[in-house]
Design a protein around this ligand. Structure first.
Ligand code: GLA
Length: 399
């Protein structure tokens, strides 16, 4: 058992007085390429990382769901029959309830969304205790939230015999995030966390929801993914993320398509003529990014991972200049990593802070880290947190 799995079990024992019935876990994710394409019904290529959230769980005799976490001393308890009232009843109209702390809205929101998904009669569902511990860095853009959702939904599926498919679990996680937490995100993070496979990325078509594992070959080729967490914090429930989403919806409307997925690079001339400059650049990012995801999958298959560097860099430039979601720290991380010889680098996740990833030869990791740390010091930025991640497996039962 990893230290976080042990922490989750120990927390459960303190809370309940006996060992958990099960321990489930799900990973955070990094996105190799395909940013802000998911809610535009486009393509993404994320991979699960080895950092995971663990849920130690056990059934109760009453109808209470109690959640505890190592990042808050106070457990939160709700009667299962109260979940619909807490989160607004029917998925589709719910808004975040101020009644529970935000961290607790993730597991409780998952419980609510899971029961709504299978149309369960809440009164017959046994209570549960859930103790969470995680080693996914929080606020780094590595989807610590999808990891909580994944671990919780895996555990509840098991304890409540819900018979969920991996896609059901992903949709439940997203519903919790959108409606219980109130972050208007797409489905990429949940799919990545639930369906990840070792040394592979998950290619997801966010319209059809078809997935395909894509072999990355990083381990085989002696490559590492270096994560450079800028420690600049971001939140997707507010501000910039929502604003970008609205710009994309406006662009699609004005271009007369259901979603930006329906445009190709051949439509960009017309887009430039009819859209205002800002909306055009938002649209241009999404349209070119979708193409870059498809090109990355083809390039990985035809030429292997050393050939994708240019696509990663073009993705970063598009996010920096057209989608305008980068920050100086992320740009510094990308530039410094490339100057130190990285094959490719880009910010990953929703932006406005969080982390960049760099694809680096294994024997150049230490040197790249030093160069990035030096560039941050020279720019007067706080020291970034740097670590490597390996593409890993998705949700599973640990014990
Ligand atoms: C966040 C969201 C995802 C996705 C990315 C941007 O991580 O949770 O759904 O939109 O931003 O690609």
């Amino acid at each position: 058992m990893t230290p976080s799995a042990q922490e989750a079990s120990a927390l459960f024992e303190r809370l309940v007085g006996s060992a958990p019935e099960r321990v489930w876990s799900a990973p955070g994710r990094a996105n190799l390429i395909g940013e802000h394409t998911d809610y535009n019904e486009g393509y993404v290529l994320p991979f699960a990382i080895e950092h995971r959230t663990y849920a130690a769980v056990g059934r109760r005799r009453d109808g209470i769901i109690r959640v505890a976490s190592t990042f808050d001393p106070n457990p939160v308890e709700v009667a299962i029959v109260e979940l619909p009232a807490l989160f607004g009843g029917d998925p589709g109209e719910a808004v975040q309830s101020g009644d529970v702390p935000e961290w607790a809205a993730y597991p409780l929101g998952v419980a609510w969304a899971a029961l709504a998904h299978v149309d369960a009669t809440h009164a017959q569902i046994p209570g549960v205790d859930i103790a969470l511990a995680s080693d996914v860095p929080i606020g780094a853009g590595l989807s610590s939230s999808a990891a909580i959702e994944g671990a919780t939904v895996g555990a509840l599926d098991d304890l409540w015999h819900l018979g969920l498919t991996p896609l059901d679990m992903s949709q439940i996680g997203r519903t919790a995030e959108n409606l219980a937490v109130g972050a208007p995100t797409g489905i990429m993070d949940q799919v990545a966390s639930i369906m990840g496979e070792t040394d592979s990325a998950t290619f997801l078509d966010c319209r059809t929801l078809e997935t395909q594992p894509v072999d990355l070959g990083f381990a085989r080729e002696g490559l590492r993914v270096l994560v450079i967490d800028t420690k600049v914090s971001h939140s997707h429930s507010t501000g910039g993320y929502r604003d970008r989403r609205e710009a994309c919806e406006r662009g699609a409307r004005e271009m007369g398509v259901k979603a930006l997925r329906d445009l190709t690079t051949g439509d960009l001339d017309r887009a430039k003529r009819i859209l205002d400059d800002v909306t055009f650049r938002r649209v241009a990012h999404v349209v070119t990014e979708n193409q870059r995801v498809l090109d990355t999958v083809d390039t990985l298959r035809a030429e292997g991972p050393r050939a994708i560097g240019g696509l990663l860099v073009a993705s970063h430039v598009s996010m920096r200049d057209d989608f305008e979601i980068s920050v100086p720290e992320l740009d510094t991380a990308v530039t410094a990593a490339l100057e130190a010889g990285a094959i490719g680098a880009r910010m990953t996740g929703g932006g406005f802070g969080g982390a960049a990833i760099a694809l680096v030869e294994a024997d150049r990791v230490a040197e790249t880290k030093r160069a990035v740390a030096q560039a941050f010091a020279d720019a007067g930025f706080a020291e970034p947190h740097q670590f490597t991640v390996a593409p890993s497996h998705g949700v599973l039962r640990d014990a």
